[in-house]
Design a protein around this ligand. Structure first.
Ligand code: URA
Length: 207
């Protein structure tokens, strides 16, 4: 059987060769994302910026430094989590990604989510939030409020770049991050319960 890590690496190779939208011709490097295939926690940002495009790695600039600091505050490092973006190639001059670019790119994110199957997804900023929440959702209202599904939670947060600009949002982001360990614990318990439910009939057959 092919290992999930190998499948994730193969997916990254496909993303690096992607030409589904015009950003594919403008990039230095595509930025598929990075982290272990069995990550429980996944971060989804907006799109690569200048440094990410140069290095082919997500969140390596100032936003990435903040993300690492916030992760350290909850006892994690970036190697523990999967970090990616909605759009895998840098929009010119860091403009907002266009709807057609998002539409072309989002199937890659979906395949990453399917493979990694994270317990908790943290959306960073409004473009990422919009992939999981209704169009009427406002980040200032719903940040830090997890959407709990059957065995996964999605928690919207400000984009680190926004928190770096606004001290109030920085405080909000720190408070939102502080919820992650408990949310992970809750989702681990929920998933274990679901597995027990699925195993139930087999166990019964033993007696
Ligand atoms: N901002 C993002 O949304 N993603 C990155 O990878 C870097 C900065």
């Amino acid at each position: 059987m092919t290992s999930p890590q190998l499948l994730l690496d193969q997916l990254a190779a496909e993303i690096r060769a992607c030409r589904k939208c015009p950003l594919g011709r403008l990039r230095t490097h595509a930025v598929p994302g990075e982290g272990p295939a069995d990550a429980e926690l996944m971060f989804v940002g907006e799109a690569p910026g200048y440094y990410e495009d140069k290095q082919g790695r997500p969140f390596v600039g100032a936003s990435g430094q903040l993300l690492e600091k916030l992760l350290a505050g909850i006892g994690l490092t970036r190697e523990d989590v999967f970090i990616t973006n909605v759009v895998k190639c840098r929009p010119p001059a860091n403009r907002d990604p266009l709807p057609a670019e998002i539409e072309a790119c989002v199937p890659w994110l979906q395949r990453q989510i399917d493979l990694i199957d994270p317990l908790v997804i943290v959306t960073l900023g409004r473009f990422s939030m919009a992939q999981f929440f209704p169009p009427t959702a406002r980040i200032t209202r719903i940040h830090g409020k997890p959407l709990v599904q059957e065995d996964r939670a999605i928690i919207p947060m400000f984009h680190p770049a926004a928190a770096l600009r606004n001290p109030n949002w920085m405080r909000d982001m720190e408070a939102d991050f502080a919820q992650i360990p408990e949310l992970l614990e809750r989702m681990r318990a929920k998933r274990a319960e679901k597995r027990r439910g699925e195993e139930g009939p087999q166990q019964l057959r033993l007696f």
